[in-house]
Design a protein around this ligand. Sequence first.
Ligand code: ZN
Length: 249
Amino acid sequence: MPRAKDCVQILPITGEEIVDFFSSKSFLDALDRTANYTYATGYESGFLAERGIDDNRTKITEIVFSRPESLTFSYREGVQDVRRKHLYPGRQHREVAGETPGHYPFFKFHFHPEARGPPCPSEKDLLAADGVRPLYAKVSKWDVRPIEGVGIVDNQREIEMVLYQKSIRGELPREDIQELYEQIQAISVDAVVKCLRDSGYYKAEFTRYMKNGTDYVPCQDALKRLAIFAYNPAIQIESWVMKCRIRQA
Ligand SMILES: [Zn+2]
């Protein structure tokens, strides 16, 4: 039997693939649905995109709509392959490696209902996102760096989004996250991105989508900048095979 270190595969995610994903039909469709919901209800909504280790393809695997009275989410449009799950901060730790078999999280996004001020991760968002990379390293020996995103939708015509991706492996000191959160309450989206970058813990970028007729379309300059999130996920195939065996048992 090969040793574990022999089974690590590097499955690069290129800048071009990232730009393609953020302008893909499935992404724009999920964005449109969640933006409409949050704008209409004032509740949070979001979606998860995962990447398959077999086919190297990125897919939207969950769309979630919040109902604050119960903290549960419902998906009411009859799409069969979308699982229902919580997206609330703090519960993201339950999203352990391989929750969709053979996949890992590529992008987690949610809308904040408040329309004033720039999109800005909450302290809970930062805390929840912080544990994901170490959790995958521990549970599956996978080194993955999901991109996190927070957006606001204004007048149903414009979506602004701040994206960030942890660039260090371990968990951040709690006080650093608190301090960052206090700094990040910024008046402009540029300042939010700058704070995240200056912390030394994240790659960060800002992007924007405008409604053109009935569809949201990406701002092309901002879209190209998202290529900075390219990286090389390291997947230990043995741990994935073991997980399959456990599932089948
Ligand atoms: Zn949030």
